[in-house]
Design a protein around this ligand. Structure first.
Ligand SMILES: [Fe+2]
Length: 469
């Protein structure tokens, strides 16, 4: 059906009539006003045809890209997140991690002909195995020694200093492929490493289309309720979106990647730093701001370590009373989560493991956090080393494995702002909306607040909008 047929009232009414549907006058006005001609065939969906009637609510829903059962231009997967965990869950999580990551590593051409550790131990010459690093240290002669495990056995592996991959950063609990040769001699078999193979990201080109820009904007760590929340910057950003000028008119999705409020009891004496003590009132304040955002912009809200869900990851999405506070165009996400927006994969993670990664990755600090993010992507795991400062709930599914190569990776938490690109994966450590805190002052860290990052889903263009004043 040609779009040009739907420019006037009569042809629209006629079309719906032929499909056995009635249209309310207010719905018809919106269709004409918003030039929704191209969406009209989409209105004849089973759920709408069943009702026999198209009202204003239905049209607004379609305008936002929703169907009755879910949105039609993106998908939201809500993982089943258990609250209680057993020792068995803990074991299963590592098994699950090993299985998912070893499958990815095995697809690398270098690993063709790899064997399990039990077979490797009985072999000579060049061997390829895939294992999880259960320990890593340095011998007194300066060689790196590690033990890797698969589902049945373990193997001692030596990386000779000044040879091959000697300088490689090896993290405990990461899953790696190892190419090397078995050493002869008394005692347990030992493997000498020639090459380390990571799950890694295959190089990708960002595909561009000639379509108009469609932006997904990212902001993080708003900390509503804190005395240091930059309310006027935040309001300036909200009004800019509301005015729908410039790039804002192409804004489709807004992602809030955790610490949306400052919370209470997150650290000792926090009450002194709060403007609003009650977390529910903090969410209500945020809800007020978000209600200013046009309802055809889809908002996604993820919790962080300051929010009122359990601290340990994976963090469940907001439900009940808190969820109700948010406007209708807001969808609650667990942490971490992968969204599919306009066919692009967008990985979102609040970023608690970045605190561990800055300590583990040489040269990484809060200002050069990209170094740590690169290492996360290379290992295809959001929290490669278990424990440390990242509380994780063991569960039979390891939600931190980056199973699908993302097109865009969004994190936050550390209040820096860092835009990067790892092998074609665009990423950002999203800016905060909170001024420097006493803790950051003590750590000599100055945040980069009030920046909105906008990724165009149809091109490689990324725009930064700075609202700091
Ligand atoms: Fe945080």
């Amino acid at each position: 059906m040609s779009v040009s047929l739907f420019q006037d009232r009569i042809s629209i009414l006629d079309y719906f009539h032929k499909h056995g549907l009635l249209v309310s006058p207010s719905a018809l006005n919106i269709i004409l006003e918003k030039s929704m001609g191209q969406l009209i065939p989409k209105m004849i969906m089973p759920d709408m045809a069943d009702s026999g009637y198209i009202d204003e609510k239905t049209v607004r829903r379609l305008l936002r890209g929703e169907t009755k059962t879910g949105r039609n231009d993106f998908e939201v997967y809500l993982p089943d997140i258990k609250v209680n965990s057993s020792v068995e869950d803990f074991r299963q999580m590592f098994v699950n991690r090993y299985q998912k990551l070893s499958r990815i590593i095995a697809t690398s051409g270098t690993m063709r002909g790899s064997t399990d550790i039990r077979t490797a131990k009985k072999s000579y010459g060049e061997i390829k195995v895939i294992g999880m690093v259960s320990s890593v240290d340095t011998t007194k002669n300066g060689h790196k020694r590690m033990v890797i495990e698969d589902l049945e056995d373990n193997l001692q592996v030596i990386m000779m200093k000044d040879k091959g991959p000697a300088g490689e950063l090896i993290l405990q609990d990461e899953v790696i492929g190892v190419v090397g040769s078995m050493g002869k001699g008394p005692g347990d078999p030992v493997m000498f490493v020639n090459e380390i193979v990571r799950p890694d990201i295959p190089y990708r080109v960002i595909d561009e289309t000639k379509k108009e820009p469609e932006y997904v904007a990212s902001l993080s760590d708003i900390h509503v309720g804190s005395k240091t929340f930059r309310e006027s910057d935040f309001m300036r950003m909200v009004s800019w979106i509301k005015r729908s000028e410039g790039e804002a008119q192409h804004l489709k999705y807004l992602i809030l990647s955790g610490d949306v409020i400052d919370g209470i009891g997150v650290y000792p004496g926090q009450e002194q730093d709060l403007d609003i003590i009650n977390p529910v009132e903090q969410y209500e304040k945020l809800g007020e701001y978000l209600r200013e955002i046009p309802e055809d912009i889809q908002i996604f809200v993820m919790p962080g370590n300051h929010d009122v869900v359990r601290l340990a990851e994976p963090q469940p999405n907001f439900t009940g009373k808190v969820k109700e506070i948010f406007p209708e165009n807001a969808i609650m996400l667990p942490n971490p989560h992968t969204l599919r927006l306009n066919g692009k994969s967008v990985l979102i993670y609040h970023g608690m493991s970045l605190n561990d990664m800055v300590e583990l990755v040489p040269g990484a600090n809060f200002s050069t956090i990209g170094k740590a993010i690169d290492e996360i992507l290379k290992r295809r795991h959001l929290a490669p080393k278990y424990g440390g400062k990242t509380p994780l709930i063991p569960s039979p599914n390891d939600y931190h494995v980056i199973e699908e190569v993302p097109d865009i990776f969004i994190t936050g938490h550390i209040h820096s702002h860092y835009l990067g690109n790892y092998k074609g994966v665009r990423y950002v450590n999203s800016s905060t909306w909170q001024s420097q805190t006493d803790y950051q002052k003590m750590m000599n860290f100055a945040p980069n607040p009030s920046i909105l990052t906008m990724f165009d889903l149809n091109s490689k263009s990324t725009i930064l909008k700075n609202f700091e004043q």
